[in-house]
Write a protein that binds this ligand. Structure first.
Ligand code: FAD
Length: 501
């Protein structure tokens, strides 16, 4: 290996880039990761044998290339990693469950009530007859697709919990990426279709991503998969250094020449040189660490980039009070959901993950229930700074309040804080192109991944950006346009993206 690439971050994008370099080039990848974990936000946290997946990571992609990449890693192990899981997720609102994706059940109609249903239908028809001509924000985006009443019932409160700002101050781009072509007609069409046809293929090509019915999932959570990838990287001669934080990037003659890396334990800083640099660190941090004369306007955009942070409270429960009233058979008759969107206004939690239903191997004692309560917040705000004991108590009280548990059934709990979980599409995001344009001058610097590109990427999109970057290095492609186009188009076309220079 005659050349070297420094990769910042051992999340899905950084690890994919390293393995792709080892498989396709003679460039040696060296990864610096600031935490002591492999997998970035897609890691699994092991708490006394009970595992937490931060966010619940479905391994599902519309990209055959990514699906094959995932399966290829597992086929090299004899015991396999992936389980095929059925997706069950519902909305909890008015202390009742509503299917998500929507189903055409009598229960749904009864739970909504006749008057609310009529208002939803009227709102939808009105929205279709008189659409908002220019979708200026996320609220307009939702109303045009679902009608005002449906938006107010099922989307507004949850979305505002996630982002902490009103929907009308968020750019519509997030909706376009997140729920792509989803609309009432597609959701209803899907609900009717699933009565007659069950798409059992794992690719589920005909379905919108929000509507997919099954997904692959590693037995021990997503971290198990990424730890396996890390092992393969090291077996092939790549290097991974944990607890090493990249603080700065040196510039020489218009190219990136080195990184300044701080050992998190000793505090020592060393300088490491390489030929290529692939970064998944938040672009805001990278801009501050770049030893270059950045124009004031570009610096201001970087300063104004915003993020949303995240707390998961893991609760080990003797049992749930709420009963499984669905037709789905489950161990101990546990409710079948992988996750539940909590739309209730009187609690702060945004979602409940039921880890038993992601994989029974996530729970040490299968007779117990292992859940994660998700709270969206901003680093430094009241919730973020709340002492662990108080946070655990809040989670317990809220779960009792919405009728999910009895007070006495909490056996243990743990709090995890995840900074910069979501790159936000507000703040100075509107002028993000200025950063893109400025950074394009450094030909040997490749921004990839979620926070690396400040783009709401899932694992598959983050991986695609890494795959593209390696391909560009291999083929000597200077433009980064194909990397930036991943997940920005309504229907991303892999082949087209691959060939675009
Ligand atoms: C709640 C939630 C649910 C999700 N659900 C899904 C899902 O179902 N399916 C799916 O595919 N995706 C899902 N995702 C998205 C998925 O987590 C991300 O797309 C993926 O982890 C991004 O990978 P990445 O490598 O780009 O970034 P990250 O995972 O953020 O990894 C970046 C790494 O860089 C490290 N780093 C940062 N700064 C530095 C520095 N200065 N020096 C050294 N290291 C640094 C970080 O510690 C981290 O390990 C979800 C995300 C969230 C928050």
């Amino acid at each position: 290996m005659s050349k070297k690439a420094i990769i910042i971050g051992a999340g899905p994008a950084g690890l994919t880039a390293a393995l792709e370099l080892l498989r396709n080039t003679n460039i040696k990848p060296v990864i610096y990761e600031m935490t002591s974990d492999i997998g970035g936000i897609s890691k699994t946290v092991n708490y006394k044998g009970n595992r937490i997946d931060i966010g619940g990571h479905r391994f599902f992609s519309k990209s055959d290339r990514v699906m094959e990449w995932w399966k290829g890693i597992c086929s090299q192990r004899t015991d396999g990693i992936f389980l095929l899981r059925q997706r069950v997720s519902r909305i909890f609102y008015l202390r009742k469950f509503f299917d998500y994706p929507v189903s055409l059940s009598m229960e749904m109609v009864l739970n909504l009530g006749f008057i609310r249903l009529i208002r939803i239908m009227a709102g939808y028809v009105w929205g279709k007859l008189f659409p908002i001509k220019e979708e200026k924000n996320l609220e307009d985006f939702f109303i045009n697709r679902f009608g005002r009443q449906l938006y107010l019932t099922f989307f507004k409160d949850y979305t505002e919990k996630v982002w902490g700002v009103p929907c009308n101050s968020i750019k519509p781009d997030w909706g376009a990426q997140r729920i792509k072509g989803l609309s009432v007609s597609k959701a209803l069409g899907h609900a009717i279709k699933t009565i007659f046809i069950k798409d059992k293929s794992i690719g589920q090509k005909a379905n919108e991503t929000s509507l997919i019915g099954q997904f692959m999932y590693p037995k021990l959570g997503p971290g198990q998969f990424w730890e396996e990838v890390a092992r393969m990287i090291m077996d092939k001669g790549g290097e991974i250094y944990l607890n090493q934080r990249v603080m700065g990037l040196g510039v020489d003659n218009g190219s990136i020449s080195c990184v300044k890396v701080k050992d998190q334990d000793s505090g020592q800083i060393k300088t490491e040189y390489a030929d290529y640099f692939l970064s998944t660190m938040p672009i805001k941090d990278l801009m501050f660490g770049l030893e270059a004369d950045i124009p004031g306007e570009v610096r201001r955009v970087a300063e104004g980039l915003r993020y949303r942070d995240f707390i998961t409270v893991g609760l080990l429960l003797q049992k749930l009070k709420i009963k499984n009233n669905t037709k789905i058979k489950t161990p101990n008759n546990l409710i079948p959901d992988n996750w539940i969107y909590v739309q209730e206004r009187d609690v702060l939690m945004g979602r409940i993950q039921i880890f038993n239903n992601w994989s029974p191997y996530m729970v040490q004692d299968p007779d117990k229930v292992w859940v994660g309560l998700e709270y969206f917040c901003n680093e430094g705000d009241e919730l973020w700074n709340m002492p662990d004991a108080q946070m655990k108590e809040l989670a317990r009280q809220e779960l009792v309040k919405i009728g999910f548990i009895d007070d006495r059934d909490v056996l243990d709990s743990v709090v995890l804080r995840v900074p910069k979980a979501y790159p936000a599409y507000f703040g100075t995001y509107e002028r993000f192109d200025l950063i893109k344009e400025y950074i394009s001058r450094f030909q040997n610097l490749f921004l990839i991944g979620r926070n690396g590109m400040h783009c709401y990427n899932n694992m598959d999109h983050s991986m695609m950006t890494a795959i593209m970057a390696v391909q560009n290095i291999l083929e000597g492609i200077i433009s980064k346009d194909n990397i930036w186009s991943v997940n920005t188009e309504q229907e991303y076309n892999e082949e087209e993206g691959k060939n675009r220079k």
